[in-house]
Design a protein around this ligand. Structure first.
Ligand SMILES: C[S@@+](CC[C@H](N)C(=O)[O-])C[C@H]1O[C@@H](n2cnc3c(N)ncnc32)[C@H](O)[C@@H]1O
Length: 291
């Protein structure tokens, strides 16, 4: 299980137990054109899911970006959130995406230009933002912290750049909330335990509130949430499970036969709209105290 919902195909065999290709910091910038296309289409599929649209609408409603504000989206991917922020802060404001992957920055810049909004996409990383202390009105960061080795430091960095009264929303999945159906519950459970080892920060969702508090921010008690349910197409060719299959088998969590059975069961069920694969995302709003 991973935040990826792309597809993959090929035989399921045991191989070196590396983490699957995804958004890990160390892999940024190493991908060719194919990988960029894959990342972009994965993010587009996710952005089109009603669950993601609903949660983003909730976030924008709570953040209420105003004309003239400086808004930063950290780990901006294809730029969708930055483009929306740009529309809200207008030409008197600044909408900036921080994104370490140069190919995704290029995709985002093209899309902003097509949308005729003024947006900037800068190289950078969540733990070292290129902004002075107290210089930013709004920070958003969606489904990035799960990929970081030191998410606490990133959240401290968000707090550092916020002006007094500035707002932040962090959104992330908590992979222990994963639901997979159909499948032998015992095999599913072993596969899910394995999948938690594949991400630096798999329980990110539940940590967001305490991270904002530890960074000295006031936290809104109303926590947003939405379950990302994968569309049927995401199971074709084995989907994300096929991508992580070699590592899952090599770890001893599941046998090749067990995993092949799980995958073919999901594929067959998806043909009739009966497969279910979900993970819950949480959104937490913080504010830097005014004094
Ligand atoms: C799952 S994608 C989410 C993209 C976007 N926020 C969205 O919700 O569509 C994770 C993003 O985080 C970026 N990323 C990875 N490591 C990062 C880091 N250390 N700092 C900032 N962004 C990072 C990746 O390049 C990728 O664009």
């Amino acid at each position: 299980m991973s935040s990826d919902d792309g597809t993959a195909s090929g035989p399921i065999t045991a191989a070196a137990g590396a983490r699957p290709a995804g958004f890990q910091r160390r892999e940024i910038g190493v991908g060719g054109e194919e990988q960029v296309k894959h990342l972009t289409s994965m993010l587009d599929v996710q952005a089109a899911q009603p669950s993601v649209i609903r949660l983003r609408d909730w976030v924008f409603d709570r953040l209420a970006p105003r004309p003239g504000e400086t808004a930063v989206d950290v780990g901006s991917g294809t730029g969708e959130t930055v483009i929306r922020l740009a529309g809200a802060v207008g030409e008197l404001g600044r909408a900036i995406g921080i994104e370490p992957n140069p190919a995704l920055r290029a995709v985002a810049a093209d899309r902003a230009s097509a949308a005729r909004v003024q947006a900037e996409f800068l190289d950078g990383a969540a733990g070292a933002l290129p902004f002075a202390d107290g210089s930013v009105d709004l920070v958003t960061c969606e489904r990035v912290l799960q990929h970081l080795d030191d998410a606490d430091a990133a959240v401290r960095e968000f707090a550092r750049v916020l002006r007094p009264g500035g707002r932040v929303v962090v959104i992330d999945s908590d992979w222990a909330t994963g639901v997979i159906h159909p499948g032998d519950p015992e095999v599913v459970s072993r596969y899910q335990r394995f999948s938690l080892t594949q991400w630096p920060n798999p329980h990110s969702g539940r940590l967001l509130r305490s991270q904002l508090l530890a960074a000295g921010l006031e936290v809104d008690p109303d926590i947003g949430s939405s379950a990302l349910v994968l569309p049927d197409g995401a199971f074709r060719g084995g989907g994300m499970m096929a991508m992580s299959a070699p590592a899952a088998i090599a770890s001893g969590a599941v046998t090749a036969e067990e995993l092949a059975g799980l995958i073919s069961g999901l594929e067959a069920a998806a043909e009739h709209g009966r497969a279910f694969f979900s993970v819950t995302m949480f959104a937490v709003l913080g504010r830097r105290p005014a004094h």
